[in-house]
Design a protein around this ligand. Structure first.
Ligand SMILES: O=c1ccn([C@H]2C[C@H](O)[C@@H](CO)O2)c(=O)[nH]1
Length: 140
């Protein structure tokens, strides 16, 4: 049975959303298109794709786009996130994006890494960004 556990995020839906948005990526320089989809606490799926720039460092990652879409949509908690990329290697979020996810996720929040054939690996955020700095580290 598909997604029988109600506590388990629907990774099939995240995969479909990330694979769809990956095709929209603007990546004329790297030619490496990435899509990201996250399930937020409002039950909605928010997506993003990488958007490169002729001034290379100005480009943004798929995960950054998905996090921005979530915040713009009014949600504040990431329940699960999936990153979709092509090629033989796993496309794990870059360091900066791990921190972006950290702002809105828990240590145990799943981060799934997918390619065209399906999910390749599943990490927790804590595995990708151990001993991290977050909102609670700032004085109130
Ligand atoms: O997790 C990742 C890794 C890379 N990229 C983008 C950045 C750049 O546009 C291209 C090559 O690094 O892929 C993402 O969007 N997400």
């Amino acid at each position: 049975m598909k997604n029988a556990d109600p506590a388990e995020p629907d990774f099939d839906a995240l995969f479909a959303a990330a694979a769809r948005i990956q095709r929209q990526a603007y990546a004329p320089y790297s030619r490496f298109k990435v899509g990201a989809a996250l399930l937020a606490d409002d039950g909605a799926i928010y997506v993003g794709c990488n958007v490169e720039n002729a001034a290379y460092p100005v480009g943004s990652c798929a995960e950054a786009g998905a996090v921005s879409a979530m915040v713009a949509g009014g949600a504040r908690v990431i329940r699960a996130i999936l990153v979709f990329g092509e090629g033989a290697e796993r496309v794990t979020p870059c360091g900066a994006c791990r921190q972006r996810i950290r702002e809105f996720a828990a240590p145990e929040t799943p981060v799934a890494i997918a390619g065209p054939e399906g999910i390749r690996a599943r990490f927790t955020l804590e595995e990708l960004l151990p001993a991290s700095f977050g909102p609670a580290n700032l004085p109130r």
